[in-house]
Design a protein around this ligand. Structure first.
Ligand SMILES: *[C@@H]1O[C@H](CO)[C@@H](O)[C@H](O)[C@H]1NC(C)=O
Ligand SMILES: *[C@@H]1O[C@H](CO)[C@@H](O)[C@H](O)[C@H]1NC(C)=O
Ligand SMILES: *[C@@H]1O[C@H](CO)[C@@H](O)[C@H](O)[C@H]1NC(C)=O
Length: 281
C-alpha cells in the first residue's frame, strides 16, 4: 500500500486545553455513536449525550471501552483528565490495538503516582506481536488539573518509522480499534511496582472528552477507506504527510531531550545481543 509510510506513527503530543473553534466542533464525534463498553460494567459511563466518557476503578475492577470501527491509519484527538491526588498504581490508557494474535498495538499509558510526584507517560509499539519498545516521559504540565489534548499523530513525542526495508515490521496492514481503559497496574506501574494502589481513595476516575477520530475505516476486509466520519470521499489533512514538519521535529527533540526518562533504545542490559534494528535510525 503506497501510503504505508505516510504516517509517522503516532505518538502523541499533549498541550494544555485549547478552546475549540467552530470548525473543530463540526468534526466532533460522539462516544455514544462510536464506542461501546468492553468491561467493568457500569464503572465506565458515557455522559453529556456522548460528549464525555468516564472510566472508574475500584478494588474489584477497572473499566474499558472499545471503538466499533477499526482503523488502518488514523488521527485521534482526545482530551483526558487524569486521576488527581494519589493515583499510585493506576494506569489510564488510550491505545490502538488489532485483534487476534501477532497483534499490532500503539500504547499510550499514564502511570499514576503519589500525590505531588509526577505521572509517567508510558508508550509502547507492537508490530506483528513484537513489543518491548517502551519509551517513558514525564510531563511538562499537571495532567490532572484540567483536560489536555492528546494528538495521536500531531506534534509528536514519539515517532515510529516504517523501516520494513531493513526488516522491522510495521503496522500498516491490520486494522486497529481504539481503546480507553483504566486499571490497576500496581504490580509494575509506580516506581517499578513498589508503591501499591491505596484503595481507601477509590473509586478512581478519569475523563475523556472532545474525542475526534479521523481515520481510514476498515471496510469488509478491504483496503482502507480514508473517509471523514461517514462521508466516503474526503481525504484527511494528515493523510499525505510523510514526515514531521520542521517545527514538529524541533518539538519532538525538545520533549525527548527534556522529558524522556526511559528509552528502550538505550537499554543495553535488556538487549545484550544488540539493540533492536530500528534504534540505529
Ligand atoms: C513517580 O515519582 C517518582 C519520584 O519522583 C519518579 O521517579 C517516577 O518516575 C514517577 N512515576 C512513576 C510511574 O513511578
Ligand atoms: C491510604 O490513604 C488513606 C487516606 O488518604 C491514608 O490515611 C492512608 O495512610 C493511606 N495508606 C497508605 C498505605 O499510604
Ligand atoms: C471489497 O469491496 C468491493 C466493492 O468495492 C466489494 O464488492 C467486495 O465484496 C469487498 N470485499 C470484501 C472481502 O468484502
Amino acid at each position: 500500500m503506497s501510503t504505508s509510510s505516510n504516517i509517522t506513527l503516532i505518538m502523541l503530543y499533549l498541550i494544555p486545553l485549547i478552546i475549540l473553534s467552530c470548525t473543530k466542533l463540526a468534526f466532533a464525534t460522539n462516544f455514544n455513536r462510536d464506542f461501546h463498553i468492553l468491561w467493568g460494567n457500569d464503572r465506565g459511563t458515557i455522559l453529556n449525550n456522548g460528549k464525555v466518557l468516564m472510566l472508574s476503578l475500584d478494588e474489584h475492577s477497572g473499566s474499558g471501552f472499545q471503538s466499533h470501527s477499526a482503523y488502518i491509519f488514523t488521527r485521534i484527538d482526545v482530551q483526558i483528565k487524569l486521576i488527581s491526588g494519589n493515583s499510585a498504581g493506576t494506569v489510564t490508557a488510550f491505545y490502538l490495538g488489532s485483534e487476534g494474535d501477532k497483534r499490532d498495538e500503539i500504547d499510550i499509558e499514564f502511570l499514576g503516582n503519589l500525590t505531588g510526584d509526577p505521572y509517567t507517560l508510558h508508550t509502547n509499539v507492537y508490530t506483528k506481536g513484537e513489543g518491548s519498545r517502551e519509551q517513558q516521559f514525564h510531563l511538562w504540565f499537571d495532567p490532572t488539573s484540567s483536560f489536555h489534548t492528546i494528538y495521536v499523530d500531531g506534534k509528536p513525542i514519539r515517532v515510529f518509522r516504517n523501516l520494513e526495508s531493513i526488516g522491522v515490521p510495521y503496522m500498516n496492514d491490520v486494522p486497529m480499534k481504539m481503546y480507553a481503559t483504566l486499571w490497576n497496574g500496581d504490580q509494575w506501574a509506580t516506581r517499578g511496582g513498589t508503591i501499591k494502589t491505596n484503595w481507601t481513595e477509590a473509586p478512581f476516575k478519569a475523563w475523556f472528552r472532545n474525542y475526534k477520530g479521523r481515520g481510514c475505516v476498515w471496510l469488509n476486509g478491504n483496503q482502507s477507506d480514508c473517509s471523514l466520519g461517514r462521508s466516503k470521499t474526503v481525504k484527511h489533512d494528515w493523510y499525505k504527510q510523510k514526515e514531521l514538519d520542521l517545527s514538529s521535529q524541533e518539538m519532538l527533540k525538545w520533549v525527548q531531550r527534556n522529558y524522556m526518562v526511559h528509552n528502550y533504545c538505550n537499554d543495553h542490559n535488556r538487549f545484550p545481543n544488540g539493540l533492536p534494528l530500528e534504534c540505529a535510525h
